[in-house]
Design a protein around this ligand. Structure first.
Ligand SMILES: Nc1ncnc2c1ncn2[C@@H]1O[C@H](COP(=O)(O)OP(=O)(O)OP(=O)(O)O)[C@@H](O)[C@H]1O
Ligand SMILES: [Mg+2]
Length: 278
């Protein structure tokens, strides 16, 4: 990451982490609550996502993790509470308004357009406010303008970074589950998100492919991207996420590094003790 002249540098002895903690969080979730009929899916959830982190979100099945992702991304409206992004209140806004602010998500069930090629899937992920609507361009490929060729360059860049140029023209419906997850992730990157919400990006993915996704996520973090990631596989959480937020029964139990959480008896009893990832 570059720093501009006059930007505040950490003083000698002060760690980069301490510097980032002095900065207001990118996302602040406070007192968030949501119920479905009689089921209180999320109650009083409070945590921060700091700039440049991959913040983990873990907890048993039904803990409310996906609901929290849905509440942040606007696909579910909160009953109570606040979600502040860069200081602005976004709770209750519509998904496209939230996406417009730079919050992009992937889904627990990989969500790709089967009838489009991999390359076309990436192009529809490009933020439509960045120029002519890509969906229009897809309908008349011969008319791709300079704007679109910029998007094409960006799509090929991402495909190369993931080593997937070879499947650019394959239809998404022909891909394996793991490849679909990669397509979904690459499509999210086309929007150049300020905050990427990942709901179990490695679930059901072959371990070798999961390791490759993990490496890409670390590269993205090192390039300055901020992520909030739901994950059950605790070895991956340990490798990728710091801090980690633990949810159980709709509420946040604890937040800290995996090492800190492993010595927290309440967290061990609620999740980690039972073998954790399930
Ligand atoms: N649309 C919905 N309608 C009714 N109940 C829901 C809905 N979505 C979630 N729930 C309930 O809310 C609770 C939290 O669900 P959620 O999907 O957020 O859990 P999760 O932590 O993501 O679990 P998992 O690890 O299995 O993905 C569960 O009891 C679930 O059954
Ligand atoms: Mg879930």
């Amino acid at each position: 990451m570059t720093t501009s002249p006059g930007a505040s540098h950490p003083a000698a002895g002060e760690t980069a982490l301490a510097g980032s903690q002095a900065r207001p969080p990118l996302l602040r979730v406070e007192g968030l609550a949501c119920h479905f009929g009689g089921v209180l899916a999320v109650q009083d959830a409070t945590f921060d996502v700091r700039h440049g982190t991959i913040t983990g979100l873990i907890g048993p099945n039904g803990a409310g993790k996906s609901t929290v992702i849905n509440l942040i991304s606007g696909s579910t409206r909160p009953g109570q509470g606040s979600v502040r992004f860069n200081g602005d209140e976004i709770a209750g806004q519509r998904p496209h308004e939230i996406a417009h602010r730079g919050i992009v998500r992937t889904f627990q069930q990989a969500n790709v357009f089967g009838g489009l090629t991999v390359l076309e899937n990436l192009l529809v992920g490009a933020a439509p406010w960045r120029g002519e609507r890509v969906s229009a361009a897809l309908g008349r490929k011969q008319a791709w303008s300079a704007t679109q060729s910029g998007l094409l360059d960006q799509a090929w860049d991402i495909l190369r970074r993931f080593g997937l140029e070879g499947i650019a023209n394959d239809y998404a419906r022909a891909l394996s589950g793991g490849q679909r997850r990669l397509v979904e992730l690459m499509r999210a990157l086309m929007a150049q998100p300020a905050l990427l919400l990942l709901d179990e990006p490695m679930a059901g993915v072959h371990p070798a492919l999961a390791a490759s996704i993990a490496d890409r996520l670390l590269e993205m973090r090192d390039a300055g991207m901020t992520m909030l990631m739901v994950e059950h596989e605790l070895r991956l959480v340990e490798k990728l996420c710091d801090p980690v937020v633990v949810m159980a029964r709709g509420t946040v139990l604890a937040e800290g590094s995996m090492a800190e959480l492993q010595s927290n008896q309440e967290v061990v009893d609620a999740y980690l003790g039972g073998g954790g990832g399930g």
